[in-house]
Design a protein around this ligand. Structure first.
Ligand code: NIG
Ligand code: FE
Length: 422
């Protein structure tokens, strides 16, 4: 059921207006309306403007009304890169890393992603649904209204499908919109060690066509990384996926510079993600081709790596999205305020740019900029109301969520004041 709602009297209605990714300097313009109101009918935004002018045209009595006096209103956040469906946890790995062990070394000795693969293969559908629902509830409380979720903890057909089907089910059960990505080439499974090309053949020729036939994922992604999949292997897999109608994403240049960023531009990917070691040329290529640069500061923070060059990437004219990379290993957090403050303190990204990166550009990173990510007439009624009068409180209240209410498709689905949660 999609709702009818009027939100009025906001001292700062941050519309982030636009229907496509904002590149470079355009990321700074948030299109703020002082004393703003928004009307949502049947789940879709039908009016946005100054409260007095909007209310003249609508009969408030036919709507649920929220008085946002003293509260900033923004589009719902888009978390455009997560791995939120998985079995088991890796708390011990965090301790090993604190003791100085390296993320990739842990992975090479069968820990890391391989450990989550074992637990996800063992997990029942019900277990994935139960943990998935709790994680979505938590994301919603941070103001996220659309999330991208990747498979990639199966590395075999059955488990990859189990993860994607769990997301199909969760999308129906939960107010959150879920965009699905197939990441079957996330690591080399034990039985294919040393036979990476054979694994790519298996994924490209057997698994991807079945995922495509069943419409289980919209995007295809790969971990293009030294000791995982080479640029050539990534290209082979992604070209096959593209031929079958998938849109593309790449985990690119996360741990070492390899050339995944250039590949994302060459293949016309929708986004290139991580980019900690992206080359100058790779970044220019993304800007030229309009590929969204998705930066994940939580991962650099958690792995104690140098942050991606956020300021430089924007200055080169790229559209930057920010996301959590929520996963059980390299970045176990769904905290949007943490991502926000890291981006502003350590990547040279301004507060305005970070808002754009988590709204309209996040939507563009999952090819949804025409449907959500801004407060514009015709878009989904996905809106958040903060406890404070300005978006500037988001990083200032370090790591703590300022989101008081979340409206999804015109329905109030989270309310800190009245303890409503989906
Ligand atoms: O984006 N780098 C590859 N994939 C994830 C981590 C997955 C994991 O550690 O479980 C990432 O960082
Ligand atoms: Fe990731």
């Amino acid at each position: 059921m999609n709702g009818n709602i009027i939100i009025k009297n906001s001292p700062q209605l941050v519309t982030c207006s636009g229907f496509k990714a904002k590149q470079g300097s355009a990321m700074s313009d948030l299109h703020v309306i002082d004393d703003g109101a928004v009307v949502i009918e049947n789940g879709i935004i039908t009016a946005v403007g100054i409260t007095g002018e909007v209310l003249r045209k609508f009969n408030e009595e036919s709507y649920m009304t929220i008085d946002a006096t003293g509260k900033a209103v923004l589009p719902g956040f888009i978390d455009s890169h997560t791995h939120f469906v998985f079995g088991g946890y890796r708390a011990e790995e965090f301790s090993w890393r604190l003791d100085g062990e390296d993320y990739m070394e842990i992975m090479k000795r069968g820990g890391g992603i391989a450990s989550t693969v074992n637990s996800t293969r063992e997990a029942s559908r019900e277990e994935l649904l139960e943990s998935g629902k709790k994680r979505l509830d938590s994301m919603l409380s941070f103001g996220v209204t659309t999330v991208e979720g990747k498979s990639g903890y199966g590395l075999d057909e059955t488990t990859e499908i189990k993860q994607l089907e769990a997301m199909v089910e969760l999308d129906k059960l939960h107010p959150m919109d879920i965009v699905r990505t197939f990441l079957g080439a996330h690591a080399v499974p034990e039985d294919f060690q040393g036979r990476e090309d054979k694994f790519i053949d298996y994924m490209a020729n057997d698994v991807i066509p079945r995922i495509a036939n069943r419409g289980l994922a919209e995007f295809c992604d790969i971990f293009c990384e030294k000791s995982v999949f080479s640029v050539e292997q990534s290209k082979r897999l992604l070209l096959k996926a593209k031929e079958l109608g998938f849109k593309l994403k790449i985990h690119a240049d996360e741990i070492v510079p390899l050339g995944g960023t250039e590949l994302a531009a060459e293949l016309g990917a929708v986004s290139a993600d991580h980019l900690l070691h992206a080359s100058d040329k790779g970044i220019t290529d993304l800007a030229t081709k309009g590929v969204v640069a998705t930066l994940l500061p939580g991962t650099a923070f958690s792995l104690k790596e140098l942050y991606a060059r956020g300021r430089y990437v924007i200055d080169q004219g790229c559209a930057v999205a920010l996301a959590t990379d929520f996963n059980p290993g390299s970045c176990f957090t769904e905290s949007i305020p943490l991502i926000f403050v890291l981006a502003t303190l350590y990547m040279g990204i301004t507060i305005e740019e970070a808002v754009t990166a988590l709204t309209i550009n996040g939507a563009a990173a999952i090819d949804r900029a025409d449907k959500t990510g801004s407060i514009d007439v015709g878009k989904a009624g996905d809106v958040i109301i903060l406890e404070f009068p300005s978006y500037k409180y988001i990083p200032y209240h370090i790591g703590v969520s300022c989101v008081e209410k979340v409206v999804k498709n015109g329905n109030l689905v989270f309310d800190k004041e009245n303890q409503i949660n989906s």
